[in-house]
Write a protein that binds this ligand. Structure first.
Ligand code: ASP
Ligand code: MG
Length: 421
């Protein structure tokens, strides 16, 4: 017997037929002999609808009241799933965020979970009752409702799994796992059997949006084993216990698993992110403090700077500085830089929103040289120009023209041997 957390996203909860299907999947897991807690999202589109009502009510709405409104979507689906389970003959009950409670800080609309009280929950599960928990919801120390930020149900599920020391947290979603790259770009993309927390974090942060990034950091910190798998399955589909999806695990566990099935690969995945913009400031003075004068104001405005390059011009005491920011922040960045023109002291701002960041990710590159060289050569052979480069221990990223995104991903996928036959 194991203790399993199952999480279902908005598409799986959209309407009576789908919730009944979810109830059947949950019952099957319980019938396999497990204690089961289920975490659910609101029906797809519902949270957007509720957010809109808040906007219509008040242009500068109070985030505490926004949380009261948007937390309601998950309250509905948790009650409905409990009803469907009961209708099929199971013992089930809902546990709302404030009932458990899920304690969070008071950062309304983007709260962080601090603790989850588990004794009552565990007692009910041990008595054979299926626990249905609305994701996304929490409660502050002074008893106000909070929500965890959009997509937060994934984080709720991982936090519940950590609190009840679950053997596994299964995230049921509309894809059947994590792929080597976006299958819509590369038809030969392969489903990964396993990926490490760190790789998943890199892939998520560079645009493969299967899980909320925060849920992956939490799983890594708490050592929760997470499986991503499809909720659209037939009755004769392989059981979740046979791990049909993608397992997200620690590097140690990966080594054991790969030792068994020899899946070992240098590069795990390739991600593309079109939501970047490039900014160049020309003719910055080559002296201490010049770069600090640029990035201080951006940090003050909470703008995430990603890649940074600085070139020293040959004979001049001047440099050009190029960096990337989220495309959505580009207008704000340009305004801030213009406002600080005198303190920074540049000649010109050149901005380009038509770039994309391509990243190759894999823990295997820690112990292997030549990953970056392969990337540069492969892109060069196709005449793709690299505008900026950044690296971490397990990732190499390049910035290229946005129009060349699909081509770049495809040729790299082949070059690293990731194509299925
Ligand atoms: N319903 C919330 C949202 O749409 C939380 C979630 O689904 O994860 O963002
Ligand atoms: Mg989601």
């Amino acid at each position: 017997m194991a203790r399993i957390v199952m999480k279902f996203g908005g598409t799986s909860m959209a309407g009576t037929e789908r919730i009944r299907r979810v109830a059947q999947i949950v019952r099957r897991q319980q019938a396999a002999g497990h204690e089961v807690a289920v975490v659910v999202s609101a029906m797809s589109g519902e949270t957007d609808r509720l957010v809109n009502f808040c906007r219509e009510a008040h242009a500068l709405y109070d985030p505490a009241e926004y949380d009261v409104v948007v937390a309601a979507g998950e309250q509905i689906t948790s009650g409905l799933l409990a009803l469907h389970l009961q209708a099929l003959g199971s013992k089930a009950r809902s546990w709302l965020g404030w009932q458990l409670p899920v304690r969070t800080d008071d950062a309304h609309a983007k709260a962080r979970i601090e603790t989850i009280d588990s004794p009552a929950l565990l007692a009910s599960m041990a008595a054979g009752e299926i626990a249905v928990i609305p994701g996304f919801q929490g409660l502050t120390a002074d008893e106000r409702i909070t929500t965890l930020g959009r997509g937060g149900s994934d984080t709720s599920a991982v936090a519940v799994a950590a609190a009840i020391k679950a053997d596994r947290c299964d995230i049921y979603t509309d894809v059947d796992g994590v792929y080597t790259t976006d299958p819509r770009i590369v038809a030969k993309a392969r489903k990964l059997k396993h990926v490490t927390y760190e790789e998943m974090l890199e892939l998520a942060s560079v645009g493969s949006k299967v899980l909320q990034t925060r849920s992956v950091s939490l799983a890594m910190k708490e050592g929760v084993r997470v499986q991503v798998l499809s909720s659209f399955i037939d009755d004769d589909a392989p059981a979740a216990d046979t791990l049909p999806g993608t397992m997200i695990v620690s590097e140690e566990e990966l080594a054991e698993l790969e030792g068994l099935d020899m899946e070992s690969q240098l590069i795990t995945g390739i991600a593309a992110d079109k939501n970047e913009a490039k900014v160049t400031l020309t003719r910055i003075a080559d002296r201490p403090g010049a770069v600090a004068a640029i990035f201080g104001p951006l940090a003050g405005a909470n703008i995430n700077v990603d890649m940074i390059i600085q070139n020293i011009a040959k004979d001049l005491p001047e440099t050009d500085v190029t960096f990337t920011v989220p495309a959505a922040d580009l207008a704000r960045v340009q305004a801030l830089l213009a406002a600080h023109k005198d303190s920074i002291g540049y000649a010109q701002i050149i901005a380009n929103g038509k770039v994309s960041k391509i990243s190759v990710v894999g823990v295997g590159m820690r112990s292997h040289a030549g990953v970056a060289a392969t990337m540069f050569k492969t892109l060069a052979d196709r005449g793709i120009n690299i505008q900026a480069i950044s690296t971490s221990e397990i990732k190499v990223s390049v910035l290229i023209d946005e129009d060349e995104t699909e081509l770049a991903v495809r040729v790299l996928h082949t070059a690293y041997g990731l194509d299925t036959n």
